[in-house]
Design a protein around this ligand. Sequence first.
Ligand SMILES: [Zn+2]
Length: 296
Amino acid sequence: MIIDGHVHMWLRPMYPDVIINAYLEPWLAMSEFLDLSRDMEDNFPTSEVRPELLLGYMNRAKVDRSVVLPLDFGLVQEPKVGVEALNDWIFGSAQLYPDKLIPFMGIDPRRGEQAIRLMRKYHSQFEPRGIKVYPPNGFYPNEERLRPFWDEVRDMDLIVVSHAGASWGPLDEEKGRPIHFKGVLERYPDMKLIIAHLGGKYRAETYEMAREYENLYTDCSALQGWLPSDPGTVKDRLGEALAVMGDKVIFGTDWPLFDLAYPYESWCAFVREQAFCSEEQREQLMGGTMQRLLGL
Ligand SMILES: [Zn+2]
C-alpha cells in the first residue's frame, strides 16, 4: 500500500490573509510585470483544494491513501472561516472517500479549552488517528500552559505531526525546532511524533533525537523543493534519513504545495524509483511504516 503521509486541503477563506500573502509573495511580485488582476489573493491557482482534486492526483500517481492535515493559522490572524468550520469541512470531505483519505485534526494547542472541546467532538464523531500542530504560529511545544493539550493527545492516543523547517511571513521558524519537543517526549514516552520535512534546516536535531526517542518519526515531504535542479541533494537527504532513522521515515508530498514547481506524480515516481535505499526500506518508506502507525 502506498500512503502519502502529508497532504493538505483547503478553501481560501479558511486561511488568514497574512499567511496567503506570504505564500503568494513571489507571484504577487511578478504580477506587476505580468499585469495580473488585482484579485489574485482570492483567486490563485490553488485557492480551492477539494478532495476530488486530490483524488485525481492520487489516482494518476497510484497513491492508495493520503493523510490529510488541516492547518490552523487562526491565532496568527483570524480567517473568515474559523478553526471549527475548517476541521468540519476536512472531516466531512474525507468521509466521502473513507478508503482513500485519512483526516487528522488541525488545532492550535494554545486554544486551551476550545482545543480540548474540538478534539473531543471529532474524537467522538470520527475517531481521528492524529493531529497536526504548527509551532511557528507562536508557541514552544514544551510550554507549561500546553500540558492539558498534550494530556488529551495522550488520552486519545493521537499521532502528532509537527511542522518543522521553513516558515514564512509572520511565522517563527525557530519555534519549529524539533528540540523543543524534548520535554514533551519525556513526559509522554508513548506519544508518536512525526517531525515533518525531516526537520528542514534543523534535521540534525531530528536525527539526534531519533537516537534517544523510540517514538520519533519524520516525513520526507517538501524535499522536492530541490527538484528538478538538484536530485543529488534529495537522494543524499533521503539516504541519510533512512540510514539514521530506518523505518521511522514516512513518504509525503505536502501536496498541493510544490506541485507547480515539481509535479506530484514526478515526486512520487522519484521516491519510488531512485537509488538511495534497499527495496525493503523503500516499502516501509512508501507506506509500510504509516500503515503500522495507523493500524491499517
Ligand atoms: Zn505541509
